[in-house]
Design a protein around this ligand. Structure first.
Ligand code: NAG
Ligand code: NAG
Ligand code: NAG
Ligand code: NAG
Ligand code: NAG
Ligand code: NAG
Ligand code: NAG
Ligand code: NAG
Ligand code: NAG
Length: 710
């Protein structure tokens, strides 16, 4: 009992203190920014509200008179992007989320921040925190999956990690950018009701703001018909007033459609500039009385507050794209890559492979090897995929790998060291050769799905007849292992139930260390523990949401998205949200729920105060070291009008065989609240809450259950 209390206290202290990263604090930063702004003429100030051309993706022009040398903005969320060399190509956001490990999320943000800073970039254009609402969305790989709580934790740790290195984070794309189709021309309108926007789409932005994010990028699309970059309700109302956000709002590249309306609507910085909407054009608007000069001061103060917050005015490295900033980051990159891989199926203990027994590996699929057009693929003829291992998705999120270790190369190296044989055919559609090689003891089939910013996927099938490839091999090979290298959801129904498909690993979007990380997992040097960050449906129509070709995207499913929808509609998925296997087994015991405070949330920071502590013990009941992600789902009283269960806590725990450790999960005020549209605030519902704790979103895996009443 004493031990338990001690753990609770330590956890509370950590929760509160880890908010203060290395910075001078917002109040001091805003004060410095105001002093800076006060020294400028109207023309100087207005000119700072739009970008100018430079070697960076975006650039705030210098003011030499005041010793300001300009501010460099660069893509991307998973590393220094836009084609720059000598950087590390980290796993995509979707892969990072699949780690379900907050320490590793922070570490990734931190090494990415270090690389940006050493290149001389002030502002990183990430994280991407739109929700995976549509399985076909071309940018899902950059984001953190379909759940707002999980996305929020990822956003929070990314911002803390990145800004800890003195680089400004830019959560994007605010808000409702859940598809690419029609995002620019006739930009579609995301029509989202008040409850849904607060509980799903705004949630991760709130966590990013809470972590101190300095910039937020507004989106191409419209929200309730109004362009996202001049939307008074979302920018001034939700973001700046409700979330008490002190940083700036910058436009996505070309997402500004007007000057005055944007400035009044809450946009502070137009990127990349040159449209004539903001910048110098605002001088006339101030002179004719349509734009208060105080608002211009506010815009520039917001642009500079993050700069002073992170002390970028002192000793910031000069921009140098040729500087090699990679250090030994390949090590952490390999750790991130393997931590996000998910074991979906493992019959007859096929995995891990044992090189004393598994003496011949036969490898299939173009996705096992390098793309033959180099390391910067732009998609196949239809812009929908390409033959080759996928380290990163496409678009502005693409971080060019300085090198990329493909699975086949890593397996060949392993074969040399461990004395096994390899044969392979990577001509994807040469089914004759495939079939003749498939009469083999052990087969590895690599399939893929790629997507990019700018367009959505056309379907949820594996690229270039991947399903036929799997079927052709498995018809002959009694132990077929499928490796799924995919940007987001994929339909696996063509073969998933086949008994000859002995194992499946979701290899995700793993970054440049792909092959090495996969070898670690295949041979048991690393025990996989990643978990799905979306549901995998049996039928594409089961998702219940889809991109739209019309000018409106109506979020009529409300808060019933992904597993929340599958639960409510009682649809059995192929694989549940939160699912993933291990080479060992775990047991969870002794669930306890302790109330911490009775406080009713009054303002944004109150929402982060712990309300309940849920504790339990976990034991590794198998024979090898491994990790489990303990997941907490909450069932709300009826008043809250919530789905049957929603994720409200998780912790990835690493255990030696036989080891038992305590796990504590904190329910903050926010976590037990729902958005009350009448009161216009998060409200704790009255009644009985159910607490479900287990190892996936499958009810059968939620073995520990408890309750509390408010
Ligand atoms: C502001 O920008 C305008 C238009 O580019 C330019 O002509 C003017 O010199 C700039 N003024 C200052 C003070 O930078
Ligand atoms: C959008 O419209 C819905 C329905 O009228 C409303 O509930 C919601 O608050 C509006 N949101 C914004 C950001 O305008
Ligand atoms: C803009 O939003 C602010 C904050 O919610 C609100 O006070 C103001 O009335 C709105 N202005 C317009 C023109 O709707
Ligand atoms: C690998 O197989 C050999 C031969 O069957 C066996 O002795 C050994 O214990 C196995 N190794 C592992 C790690 O299971
Ligand atoms: C499974 O593989 C074996 C080869 O060992 C083959 O004979 C059998 O037909 C395969 N099963 C199916 C359903 O394809
Ligand atoms: C998928 O669902 C659609 C619509 O409900 C149905 O028409 C179709 O037959 C289903 N497909 C399969 C393979 O079950
Ligand atoms: C989305 O709609 C398209 C066109 O109607 C359909 O072909 C596709 O199966 C749907 N996809 C999903 C994931 O619902
Ligand atoms: C979205 O809702 C609007 C307003 O209710 C309606 O006019 C439109 O047809 C809907 N669009 C779609 C694609 O359902
Ligand atoms: C939020 O409310 C708490 C008291 O409930 C108070 O201590 C705190 O200063 C408030 N924070 C803000 C930002 O208003």
């Amino acid at each position: 009992m004493l031990k338990r209390c001690f753990i609770v206290l330590v956890y509370l202290t950590l929760t509160i203190s880890d908010v203060s990263s290395k910075n001078i604090g917002w109040n001091a930063a805003i004060a410095k920014a105001k002093v800076f702004v006060a020294q400028m003429t109207l023309e100087e100030k207005c000119n700072l509200t739009a970008g100018v051309p430079s070697p960076c993706a975006g650039y705030v022009p210098p003011v030499p008179r005041l010793g300001f040398n300009g501010m460099c903005l660069q893509d991307a969320p998973s590393g220094v992007g836009d084609g720059v060399g000598f950087v590390t190509s980290f796993p995509g956001g979707i892969h990072t989320a699949a780690m379900w490990d907050q320490d590793l999320m922070f570490k990734r943000g931190s090494v990415i921040g270090q690389e940006f800073r050493e290149k001389g970039v002030h502002v990183a254009l990430g994280p991407m925190i739109n929700i995976d609402r549509n399985a076909l969305h071309g940018r899902n790989w950059e984001g953190f999956g379909s759940d707002p709580y999980l996305s929020g934790m990822n956003a929070y740790q990314y911002v803390l990690g990145l800004q800890d290195q003195g680089v400004v984070a830019t959560p994007k794309h605010y808000i409702g950018n859940e598809q690419e189709t029609n995002r620019v021309s006739d930009s579609y309108s995301a029509n989202i009701d008040d409850k849904t926007i607060h509980e799903i789409y705004l949630w991760p932005f709130a966590d990013a703001v809470y972590a101190g994010a300095g910039s937020v990028m507004c989106a191409y699309n419209r929200v309730n018909q109004t362009h996202a970059c001049q939307n008074n309700k979302t920018l001034n109302g939700l973001l700046k007033d409700e979330l008490a956000y002190n940083g700036n709002v910058m436009s996505d590249w070309g997402a500004t459609h007007a000057g005055l309306e944007s400035a009044l609507g809450g946009l502070d910085l137009e990127m990349p500039g040159g449209s004539g909407f903001m910048g110098y054009a605002l001088v006339a608007k101030v002179r004719d009385g349509s734009l208060p000069e105080a608002r211009v001061d506010d815009m520039v103060t917001r642009i500079f507050a993050p700069y002073f917050l992170l002390e970028q005015d002192q000793g910031f490295p000069k921009l140098d794209w040729n500087r090699d900033v990679t250090h030994d980051h390949y090590k952490v990159n390999r750790e991130l890559a393997r931590a996000g891989m998910i074991l979906l199926k493992n019959l007859r203990n096929t995995l891990p492979l044992n090189t004393s027994v598994d003496r011949l590996l036969t490898i299939f699929g173009a996705a096992a090897t390098q793309y033959d057009g180099g390391l910067n693929p732009g998609g196949g003829p239809s812009g929908q995929g390409y033959d080759g291992a996928i380290y990163q998705g496409g678009g502005s999120g693409f971080v060019k790998p300085t090198y990329g270790v493909d699975p086949l190369s890593a397996l060949l190296a392993k074969a040399r060291d461990s004395n096994f044989q390899i044969q392979f055919v990577t001509r994807q559609t040469d089914f004759g050769t495939v079939s003749s090689l498939a009469s083999a003891p052990l087969c590895l089939v690599f399939i893929s799905a790629w997507s990019s910013e700018g367009s959505d996927r056309q379907n949820l099938n594996a690229w270039n007849q991947g399903d036929k490839l799997v079927q052709t091999v498995a018809a002959k090979c009694a132990s077929t292992i499928v490796l799924v290298n995919s940007v987001s959801q994929l339909n696996l129904e063509a073969w998933i139930e086949w008994d000859n498909i002995s194992a499946v690993i979701w290899t995700g979007i793993p970054g440049a260390e792909y092959g090495n990380a996969l070898v670690d997992v295949l041979f048991g040097d690393y025990n996989p523990g990643g978990k799905l960050v979306f549901t995998i449906a049996k039928n594409d129509s089961d998702y219940g949401t889809n991109i739209t070709q019309t000018p409106d995207s109506n979020y009529t499913e409300g808060v019933f998205l992904d597993y929340r929808h599958f639960d409510a509609a009682m649809i059995a998925p192929r694989f549940h949200f939160g699912f993933g296997l291990s080479y060992t087994t775990f047991s969870l015991t002794d669930l306890r729920i302790a109330k911490v405070t009775d406080q009713t949330p009054g303002n944004t920071s109150d929402l982060y105060v712990p309300a309940y502590i849920v504790s339990l013990y976990i034991t590794n009941t198998g024979n090898v070291r491994g990790s489990e992600v303990v997941q907490l789902y909450l069932g709300f009283p009826n008043e809250a009008a919530e789905p049957p269960k929603v994720l409200r806590g998780f912790s990835r725990v690493y255990l030696e065989p036989g080891e038992t450790v305590p796990v504590t999960l904190t329910l903050r005020q926010k976590d037990i609240s729902y958005w009350n549209v009448i009161m216009q605030q998060f409200t704790v519902a009255k009644g009985a809450y159910k607490v479900y704790v287990g190892t996936s979103g499958n009810w059968d895996d939620l073995k520990l259950q408890g309750a509390f009443t408010v």
